[in-house]
Design a protein around this ligand. Structure first.
Ligand code: GDP
Ligand code: MG
Length: 172
């Protein structure tokens, strides 16, 4: 794709604890696959994917495992138009860390950034630790859009990115 053919260039950044499925969500959306194998992303896996959504150019930033240290560098947040704040519905800890991520957002992101709260791994319903109601209440209190996904089963992944792109275009 050529740079000149686009009216907008949006930057979407995925954040959240290691292991919640950020890399798998990006892979599912951009490549249509769920990578086999275990474990969270390690250093070499850093990706910036450029995709076209609704005719607009969107760069999706995944992290390279720095989220292990809880603090992502400022450059990740800089000029982000949207953030996908991800937790794992089967991992209470990943939900409990959300306020820390929100503090980072407040500190580093633009005050115009659109943040979406995503509870991933809904295919593991029998292992659920975070109820939909809790997450919905939390997201409402923070004025965030909230969605549950499965990168594995491809549930709501397309919707997540397409809805976000639509909102970005409408608010641009
Ligand atoms: P990241 O550290 O947030 O980038 O997490 P990864 O995308 O590397 O995924 C961490 C682990 O969770 C891997 O073992 C994935 O296979 C698994 N995983 C990611 N998304 C899902 C999902 O939707 N369902 C299930 N069952 N496992 C998932
Ligand atoms: Mg990762």
């Amino acid at each position: 794709m050529s740079m000149e053919d686009y009216d907008f260039l949006f930057k979407i950044v995925l954040i959240g604890n290691a292991g919640v499925g950020k890399t798998c969500l990006v892979r599912r959306f951009t490549q249509g696959l769920f990578p086999p194998g275990q474990g969270a992303t390690i250093g070499v896996d850093f990706m910036i994917k450029t995709v076209e959504i609704n005719g607009e150019k969107v760069k999706i930033w995944d992290t390279a495992g720095q989220e292990r240290f809880r603090s992502i560098t400022q450059s990740y947040y800089r000029s982000a138009n949207a953030l996908i704040l991800t937790y794992d519905i089967t991992c209470e800890e990943s939900f409990r860390c959300l306020p820390e991520w929100l503090r980072e957002i407040e500190q580093y992101a633009s005050n115009k950034v659109i943040t979406v709260l995503v509870g991933n791994k809904i295919d593991l319903a029998d292992k659920r630790e975070v109820s939909q109601q809790r997450a919905a209440e939390f997201s409402e209190a923070q004025d965030m859009y909230y969605l549950e996904t499965s990168a594995k089963e491809s549930d709501n992944v397309e919707k997540l990115f397409l809805d976000l792109a639509c909102r970005l275009i409408s608010e641009a």
